[in-house]
Design a binder for this molecule. Structure first.
Ligand code: SF4
Length: 411
């Protein structure tokens, strides 16, 4: 989400005639886009902001803007802590900076926010719903990003058409809870309706979406993924914890059994689907036995990727106010290691089975002189060949596997 927001703001600033420079100290304007979903991320943002102070003292004309989740509805405390910051902007709200540039720097900002979109590349992100209504007890997002607000289908289709003219072939539709897209729009249209509309755009080759919530992934979405040729068969479905009591204190709204039943349905209905997940270890009160339920889920379902994190308290959340972060750090670390070791074995095996198989790969670019792209299941694949173009779709036979990526050659 933050990457998409940064790209959009960059597009608006380019409309004003500004251009990107790779040095915070020399830039006339610095925008720090922050993620505070983890305490570490917030600490890093504070460090970066503090490091900007000397350059503001040397050049008082420099503009410093703080954007993203670190900025809540009230900015009094931030203003006190960082008096040298000129502008504070909540996620997706670019107006404060644009107005500042108009009022204090003489820019003609009329229309600069119209048609802002991500920087052109082969694969790009499109935010379709902002905020979250779920209030999971560990999560700060609903407080910082607000309640769910969906963009209209028309708006998203127009943006996609504009992006394809710039060479984009793959879009990833983004939302903190992407499956609840549309519930706040007139006419009760949902993510499946959006998929059908986007699938009609000729030049788009692939449509992906992130992140799903088990309670909102209804049958129409599952059927659309299976029906539509451009919607890719890869779903990130966080389970967060495997134990029902922990899930309850997390306020996730489903049980282990319900989650497993949903996975079974998805696997049954969507051929060749791959699944990834998010998981927190060491949540308040999680016992060794309860943690075992998470490990069992990983071992039973066999995800292609697990994004795991040790729980850390976020000020202002329900867990911060009402629960105790009582699992010792070394226990959290040990549980994380167990998850990672188990997952590495699982994905090593999954990927080994892909040896000698052929996949359609959309080439995204070069890394260290090797072309790379992804298949529909979002597997990162490097190629032996050099006669390739960015944006090309090629059939690739896998000749080497590892837990983290595959390697292959064109056929
Ligand atoms: S659904 Fe996701 S974004 Fe929303 S509160 Fe829960 S963890 Fe946070």
């Amino acid at each position: 989400m933050n990457k998409a927001d940064s790209d959009r703001l960059e597009s608006a600033l380019k409309n004003l005639g500004l251009s990107y420079i790779d040095s915070r100290n020399e830039a006339d304007l610095v925008v720090l886009n922050t993620c505070v979903v983890r305490q570490n991320a917030e600490n890093k943002a504070v460090g970066t902001l503090t490091s900007l102070k000397p350059s503001k003292i040397n050049n008082p004309e420099k503009v410093i803007a703080l954007m993203g989740c670190m900025v809540g509805p009230k900015t009094d405390n931030l203003q006190k802590q960082f008096p040298y910051v000129d502008v504070f902007m909540q996620p997706q709200q670019f107006d404060p900076l644009i107005n500042f540039l108009s009022e204090n720097k003489g820019f003609d900002t009329d229309g600069c926010l119209a048609n802002v979109t991500a920087a052109p590349s082969i694969a790009t992100f499109i935010p379709i719903i902002h905020g979250c209504d779920k209030f999971c007890s560990f999560c700060i997002i609903p407080y910082r990003r607000g309640r769910e607000t969906s963009r209209t289908i028309e708006d998203i289709v127009n943006e996609t058409k504009m992006l394809v003219q710039r060479g984009v072939k793959e879009i990833t539709l983004l939302g903190q809870n992407v499956d609840s897209y549309g519930h706040d729009l007139a006419g009760s249209r949902n993510l499946a309706d959006l998929f059908y509309e986007l699938n009609e755009i000729n030049e788009i080759e692939r449509i992906r979406f992130l992140t799903s919530h088990p309670n909102d992934m209804d049958d129409s979405i599952i059927e659309a993924i299976n029906d539509l040729d451009k919607v890719c068969e890869n779903i990130n479905l966080p389970f967060q914890a495997g134990n029902n009591d922990v899930l309850k204190t997390m306020r996730r709204g489903y049980t282990n059994e319900e989650y497993r039943a949903l996975i079974d349905k998805i696997k049954y209905k969507i051929s060749n689907v791959t699944l990834t997940t998010d998981l927190i270890v060491g949540f308040c009160g999680e016992t060794d036995k309860q943690f075992q339920d998470s490990l069992n889920l990983i071992e039973d379902i066999k995800f292609d990727k697990v994004h795991s994190a040790a729980y850390s308290t976020r000020t202002g959340t329900i867990a911060d106010r009402k629960m105790v972060d009582d699992v010792p750090d070394d226990v959290k670390k040990d549980r994380l290691t167990q998850i990672n070791e188990s997952q590495e074995k699982i994905v090593t095996k999954i990927n080994k089975n892909l040896l000698n198989q052929t996949f359609e790969v959309l080439i995204e670019g070069k890394k260290e002189d090797k072309w790379f792209g992804r298949n529909r299941n979002d597997k990162l694949i490097f190629l032996d060949d050099s006669d390739i173009l960015s944006g090309e779709t090629v059939n690739v036979k896998i000749n080497k596997t590892s837990p983290w990526y595959l390697n292959g050659a064109k056929i």
